[in-house]
Design a protein around this ligand. Structure first.
Ligand code: COA
Ligand code: AMP
Length: 636
């Protein structure tokens, strides 16, 4: 990098005086008690941000904008090609909805500190629910609709919610997904039982109601409105949890990432201006789902905290109805920025390689495309740049951090793009690349990507009721650092390249999944003796899971029958989001002499890459059998 551009100045300012940097950023928040102390290193696992401040996130997302004259401005646009509807809520209307729903939560017995699970499709009420929890200091935990009952049950047991909010269905282009039977099954499976479920009936499916436990969302909200019941914002500590969001861990047990109130607001506001360059009054379109961190941060909280307008899109990049869907939404609602996963662009490109659909829309206000959730492959990035003729910005982050670690800070200045790299660390993040012994590696050399502690505001302080697991998972491997579990390298210009995970997490269509979790499901099938799941390359979804299974002797069913059952089992236990379509019977799995399954080598064979014969392999001929089995399915 050359010169002292705005990015270098900001980064240097943060390095010279991190507390001063965040104290200044914190001025963008309307606090109840403004922070006197910025950071207390003696609290928590690595310190806590704004330890003496108090605030309310919902107040900052809604009330203060109404107070400051934005009442009539659109806050949320629900654009739903799958139902053929579009609805706009102004800030004043959204505040009314949220304050009313908050009073319904109170009526259901929800109080400050209680957990509330939100299992909902992409409808405005999902965002209302999150903000209503924030308003009364309850801790929400949104569960993605594509997860099955067992996954939901695990989260119910971990979060122990007082109430669960749901809708009768989600709508996929190919089918209506009834949510209520999944919720009922999850509650039956879990040890914890919520006191109440608030159920929103959608016209596409009618949920059957449990007589005492289930309450009608519409009836309770209507009654609260008729009675003029609205709940005010409660004061919470900046360090109190705003939400818990579960993400894949290295086993079937997900990790409950905790997000606090104060640091989250400070960081999101900083990124809205300095990274995304979306100003108050402008429109941001984040095509993700409220069940993922991207949806939390940049469908709901970021744009609303900023006083911008957010688009909640209930549809797909293709097929609803065509690959021009994103362009239509951008043009119609005058979005200045789009944020989505690269897989969405691969899907659009596959169906419309010449981007002919673009010609139908006026994208003159559109300024930038942001990609995250998986590595943006240079091919897709360059295609997007070429057809959209705006900066295309890959940026890297994780559920754990809640916002960007490495990015190209458009709001400060656009740095030169190096395709394949999400660019440079943002202020707050000192990113290093270490070898297995924890020593820094030379520029351009692959290693473990780590972040020097303390993590900045917004990043997780801990895992829900699992401080020890937090330390073990993230802080123990490289003392003094947060281990991202991503591998990559940093080049001589300081550009970071993120190449893949060092654990068993795979990334399927921008969705983070645990192969360990899938192995647990496969192993539970009575005919399976042994199994290994690896993520193999997929042109559309980046990776797709492939399960190798060794069957027990004397199994009466054919391998083909069992493979079919295994595909159905993963769908049933984890959910359709796992996109598990490939189970492959083999006679043996390749192992080291100490019995470790050689998953990385199997992946290389499937991806058609060269591999070095592992020195410790027990029987090298097994690799040939794996290659043969894959070729039998046209892979490798
Ligand atoms: N509720 C229920 N089922 C869901 C669901 C939801 N909210 N979301 C996805 N599913 C189902 C899909 O219907 C599909 O089921 P199928 O196996 O019966 O076809 C399965 O889960 C896999 O979904 P997905 O991986 O999304 O594949 P897809 O074929 O439906 O769509 C893309 C492919 C590329 C268009 C799509 O993955 C996409 O838009 N991805 C963007 C990724 C994203 O937003 N990531 C978030 C981080 S930014
Ligand atoms: P999630 O927690 O679901 O957001 O997934 C985080 C993981 O996705 C990271 O640890 C990376 O492995 C991967 N990831 C996200 N964004 C990027 C990116 N821009 N480049 C490379 N990998 C990414």
């Amino acid at each position: 990098m050359t010169g002292q551009g705005a990015y270098e100045q900001a980064y240097a300012r943060w390095q010279a005086d991190p507390l001063g940097f965040w104290a200044e950023a914190a001025r963008a928040v309307d606090w109840i008690k403004p922070p006197q102390r910025i950071f207390d290193e003696s609290q928590g696992a690595y310190g806590r941000w704004f330890p003496d401040a108090s605030c309310n996130t919902c107040f900052n997302a809604l009330d203060r904008h109404v107070r400051d004259g934005r009442g009539a401005q659109p806050a949320l646009i629900h654009d739903s090609p799958v139902t053929g509807t579009k609805t706009v809520y102004s800030y004043a209307e959204m505040l009314e909805e949220v304050a009313t729903l908050a009073s319904v939560l109170v009526e259901l017995g929800v109080a400050k500190g209680d957990r509330v699970i939100i299992y909902m499709p992409m409808i405005p009420e999902a965002a209302f629910a999150m903000l209503a929890c924030a308003r009364i200091g309850a801790i929400h935990s949104v569960v993605f609709g594509g997860f099955a009952a067992k996954e939901l049950a695990t989260r119910i047991d971990d979060a122990a919610p007082r109430a669960i909010l749901t809708a009768s269905c989600g709508i996929e282009p190919s089918r209506v997904v009834a949510y209520k039977p999944l919720l009922d099954e999850a509650i039956a499976l879990s040890h914890h039982e919520p006191e109440a479920c608030l159920v929103l009936q959608r016209p596409q499916a009618d949920a059957s109601m449990h007589v005492t436990r289930d309450k009608s969302w519409r009836a309770m909200v209507a009654a609260a409105k008729a009675a003029g019941r609205r709940e005010d914002c409660v004061e919470v500590a900046a360090t109190d949890p705003l939400y818990v969001l579960y993400t894949s861990g290295t086993t079937g047990r997900p990790k409950g990432v905790v997000r606090d109130n104060g640091g989250h607001m400070v960081n999101l506001l900083w990124t809205m201006t300095n990274l995304y360059d979306v100003k108050p009054g402008e429109v941001m379109f984040t095509a993700s789902d409220v069940g993922w961190v991207v949806g939390h941060s940049y469908i709901v909280y970021g744009p609303l905290l900023q006083g911008a307008t957010t688009i909640l899109y209930e549809g797909k990049p293709v097929g609803t109805p065509d690959p021009g869907a994103f362009w239509r939404v951008i043009a119609e609602h005058k979005a200045v920025a789009l944020f989505t996963a690269p897989t969405a662009f691969r899907a659009i490109r596959k169906e419309d390689p010449q981007a002919r659909h673009l010609a139908d829309y006026d994208l003159s206000r559109f300024r930038a495309l942001f990609l995250a959730g998986e590595r943006a492959d240079p091919d897709t990035l360059l295609w997007a740049e070429q057809v959209l003729k705006v900066p295309v910005i890959d940026h890297w982050w994780q559920t754990e951090t809640g916002s960007c670690i490495v990015g190209n800070p458009l709001g400060l200045e656009l740095l030169p793009v190096k395709p394949g790299s999400p660019t440079v660390p943002l202020p707050g993040y000192r990113v290093e690349c270490l070898d297995e012994g924890g020593r820094p590696v030379p520029a351009g050399t692959m290693g473990a990507i780590v972040v020097k502690l303390p993590l900045p505001p917004c990043a997780l302080p801990t895992l829900w009721e699992a401080d020890e697991r937090f330390r073990e998972s993230y802080l123990a491997t490289y003392p003094g650092y947060y281990n991202t579990s991503d591998a990559g390298y940093i080049d001589e210009d300081g550009y970071v390249f993120i190449m893949g995970r060092t654990d068993d997490i795979i990334n399927v269509a921008g969705h983070r999944l645990s192969t360990g979790g899938m192995e647990e499901v496969l192993a539970s099938h009575p005919a399976v003796a042994e199994c290994a799941v690896v993520g193999i390359r997929d042109a559309l979804k980046g990776e797709q899971p492939c399960g190798f299974v060794v069957l027990k002797h004397g199994v009466s069913e054919t391998p083909a029958q069992i493979e079919k059952e295994l595909v159905a089992l993963v769908r049933d236990k984890i959910g359709p989001v796992a996109a598990f379509k490939l189970a492959l019977t083999v006679n043996r799995l390749p192992k080291t002499r100490s019995g470790k399954i050689l998953r990385a080598t199997m992946k290389k064979i499937a991806d058609g890459e060269d591999y070095a014969m592992p020195a410790t392999i027990e029987d090298a001929s097994v690799l040939g059998e794996i290659g043969e089995a894959l070729r039998g399915r046209g892979i490798g």
